[in-house]
Design a protein around this ligand. Sequence first.
Ligand code: ATP
Length: 288
Amino acid sequence: MAIWNLGSINVDTVFSLPHMPSPGETLSSTARNVFLGGKGTNMSVAAARAAAIVHHIGAVGDDGEWTVDRLMEYGVDTRFIARVDEDTAQAMIMVDPKGENIVILHPGANVAIPQAILQEAMAEAQTGDWLLIQNETNLQRTAATLGKQMGLQVAYAAAPFDADRVKAVLPYLNLLFLNAVEAAQLEQATGKRPQDLGVRDVIITLGGDGADWFGPEGHRHFDAVPVTPVDTTGAGDTFTGYVLAGLDRGHPMAQAINLATRAAALMVTRHGTADVIPDLKELEDFRP
Ligand code: ATP
């Protein structure tokens, strides 16, 4: 079994600033760091670190070759990452000494993924594999339709939230991931609770309060693992990648969520995103 992840690939550039700039101001940064980022990337790395076979479907520009190399080093299959005539997606993140941030996102190649590369990937997928999608790329609905037709199980993380995009893929989903804010937004957009929208499994993550799973046998709550968080960026993506990897290995949902909860807890004790997502060995040694 395998996971096919139609996912974003971002270059995250973090500028540390003495204060947030005002309009018209020129400000020197005190530090500049470049990281591999994007929700899709984080999910691929998390699932690979959880020992799943992960095929990433995406796109980068000429400036993104290093991101593909990095994904490959993390054990992700990169054959279905297209090279397109656009810039690789970039997030410019400004952080002030209080930890407040401003993010400017340039979607670039993430929204120029050619349909042909998706089709090439799907031609290799097997019935029962997982297709994972989120909202930082183009082609979600095409992928969900194609995946469903081919007998794949379709999982969707509804982030960044967009009501129309969620509604467009809902009929094709087996598994829906939402955080608490997205769950409320979806309820407002549809007039129904997310667990009443006809998706077999719905998981609502609640940050430090854990997660709720609504499945065929009803509702179950999972407490978070108590830790002292230093940076919660990427917790949701780590959680999603680990849940899918567990399901892909044939584990029951509760077991997959338990491991994902431990992985996400360890993740929030670390600064950074894709580069610091824990692997299975680190989770074995994790004594919160
Ligand atoms: P992000 O957008 O920051 O990646 P998210 O909003 O999608 O995250 P959250 O609900 O914040 O997702 O977190 C996902 C999971 O991570 C939670 O269900 C929980 O298991 C774990 N987690 C998040 N914050 C904490 C915390 N403070 N302590 C322990 N575990 C946490």
